[in-house]
Design a protein around this ligand. Structure first.
Ligand code: NAI
Ligand code: MG
Length: 502
């Protein structure tokens, strides 16, 4: 057991009490510890504006301790047989499943994501991710290489050492799981730096899994980017960095990793196009547009279909049907089962999204339809709620069309010509995901090959799943996550061993 003062050992369904009890700690070497500076910062419920807890404010001194501990632990973790490491990671999945409801409530409180539509889904998915990787311990294989008579030449895969993982706030448990589970199975140990907006739920995940994993394998720091994230990337004993967040910070992280000549994986968001042809299954596609745009996550998704191109014969009908559907969604208390749409994460993001909406509304020729009613509950008066917006009539070079807004704002355009819509789809700096909706597979597959993106789906648009190789091209990032290949290629290196027996 860890030494955090608590009286509850099973799932803790009082999310406020849990948030309070997690306050003020990093988790290093299996123990809760305060920041060496003694500093903490506020964690705020975005639905009410109230402080729900505090997070330890880490800096280079905390990073140094966590990395040393992780480095020492890695030596013995790597000696555990690979399948046994996998079994332990699989046991983590089972424990996470027991705590799904607890984690879902806590993340809803901390991030404003609705319990039914988002938070519970995320909590279940992380268990899936750990379960998936837990089964892959036996797959860390190398090759034998024909070289010369009387020479046996083989490659073996080895872990990299200590992995530094930096995560954002939008799906923090999931994005952490995509890094931690494969890193551990591969024989690395991990130091995670959580996002300043969402440090508590991921800390709870780390606490739970430290009941199973040997101390020091999975460590968690909270703190700000330049003060805590940067020293983690720069620490000489961190041998791999994996980052999810903005392209801007991704470039900084990549530069620092390049100075150390260490590998880096970057997942940096997108501006994902959705292409809708007149021959699509109309109802399925309208429903698909709602899920593709991740309206239930307030659009705070790197794969959000924030540009929707609809073939002209069905354009008006599509916009109307989509607006009606979004209008029927319920915005409200994230912890209420009736709620479809919760809040934006922070006042900073709120202001950013609002600026884009104002720009759109002020653009000549553009129309912005605001959908779904604001919540009426006075307790949510200070909540960071933004009505979903559907824009039409925007020019291609509008910032709403080019930038990742990370809010409930999508732009819809009519199109007449496949080549023109393909050029538009490829016309941003991003290349993460895309979807094509048509009953003509020839058209769909041709576009799937020609769209610049790491993931293209036809007639569906799922979020990240275990076993689905995931990651972008262009400014959307480097490297893949969520698959066997991503573990082998990004968390291990291959050593060649040759034996001359002649
Ligand atoms: P961010 O990129 O600033 O933060 C992501 C993580 O990086 C956080 O843990 C942060 O503390 C850390 N970080 C910041 N500066 C750092 C540095 N110099 N060195 C090391 N780590 C550092 O993202 P932010 O400010 O939360 O959101 C801004 C925009 O980024 C969003 O509006 C959205 O467009 C995009 N974004 C994309 C995400 C994705 O899933 N790809 C997730 C979150 C944000
Ligand atoms: Mg930032």
């Amino acid at each position: 057991m860890l030494d955090r003062p608590t009286t509850v050992t099973g799932p803790q369904l009082d999310e406020r009490a849990l948030a309070a009890s997690l306050s003020g700690f990093h988790l290093i070497g299996g123990r809760f510890v305060a920041a060496k500076s003694g500093k903490t910062f506020a964690v705020v419920n975005p639905a009410t504006g109230e402080e729900i807890g505090r997070a330890a404010e880490g800096d280079a001194a905390d990073v140094a301790e966590a990395v040393e501990v992780a480095d020492a632990a890695q030596k013995s973790w790597a000696k555990i047989a690979a399948r046994k490491r996998g079994q332990l990671v699989g046991q983590c999945a089972a424990l996470l499943r027991e705590h799904v409801e607890e984690l879902a409530r806590l993340i809803a409180l901390e991030t404003g994501k609705a319990l039914r539509t988002e938070s519970r889904v995320e909590a279940n998915t992380i268990a899936d991710i750990f379960e998936f990787y837990g089964g892959l311990g036996g797959e860390l294989k190398g090759e034998s290489v024909p070289f010369a008579p009387n020479v046996l030449s083989v490659t073996v895969r080895e872990p990299l050492g200590v992995v530094g993982a930096i995560i954002p706030w939008n799906v923090p448990m999931l994005l952490m799981a995509l890094k931690v589970a494969p890193a551990l199975v591969a024989g690395n140990t991990v130091v995670v730096k959580s996002a300043e907006e969402a440090p508590l739920t991921v800390l709870r995940v780390c606490e739970l899994l430290n009941r199973i994993l040997p101390p020091g394998c999975y460590n968690m720091l909270s703190g700000f980017g330049p003060e805590c994230g940067a020293p983690l990337v720069e620490h000489p004993k961190v041998r791999k960095v994996t980052f999810t967040g903005s392209a801007e910070v991704g470039r900084i992280v990549s530069k620092a990793a390049a100075q150390k000549l260490i590998p880096v994986t970057l997942e940096l968001g997108g501006k994902s196009p959705m292409l809708v042809f007149a021959d699509c299954d109309f109802e399925k596609t309208v429903a698909g547009a709602l899920t593709s745009m991740r309206f239930t996550r307030q659009g705070q998704s790197c794969t959000a279909a924030s540009r929707i191109y609809v073939e002209r014969p069905i354009f008006d009908r599509f916009v109307t049907a989509m607006a009606e559907r979004v209008d029927a969604m319920v915005m409200g208390d994230p912890l209420d089962e009736k709620t479809d749409i919760g809040t934006i994460i922070s006042t900073e993001q709120f202001a950013k999204v609002q600026r884009y909406i104002d720009t759109g509304l002020g653009t000549a020729g553009a129309t912005g339809r605001a959908c779904a009613a604001m919540p009426s509950d006075p307790a949510l008066k200070k909540g960071l709620f933004i009505r979903p917006y559907i824009f039409t009539g925007l020019p291609d070079d509008s910032p709403l069309v080019q930038d990742e807004i990370f809010g409930p704002v999508t732009c819809i355009f009519p199109f007449d010509d496949v080549e023109a819509v393909l050029a538009a789809a490829n016309g941003t700096e991003f290349g993460l995901a895309a979807s094509v909706w048509t009953n003509n597979l020839k058209v769909g597959l041709d576009l799937a090959h020609r769209i610049e993106a790491g993931l293209v789906q036809i007639n569906q648009n799922l979020v990240v799943q275990a076993n689905l190789s995931y990651g972008g091209v262009k400014s959307s990032g480097l490297g893949k996550e969520a698959s066997l290949e991503s573990m082998l290629e990004h968390f291990m290196h291959k050593k060649t061993i040759m034996v001359n027996y002649g």
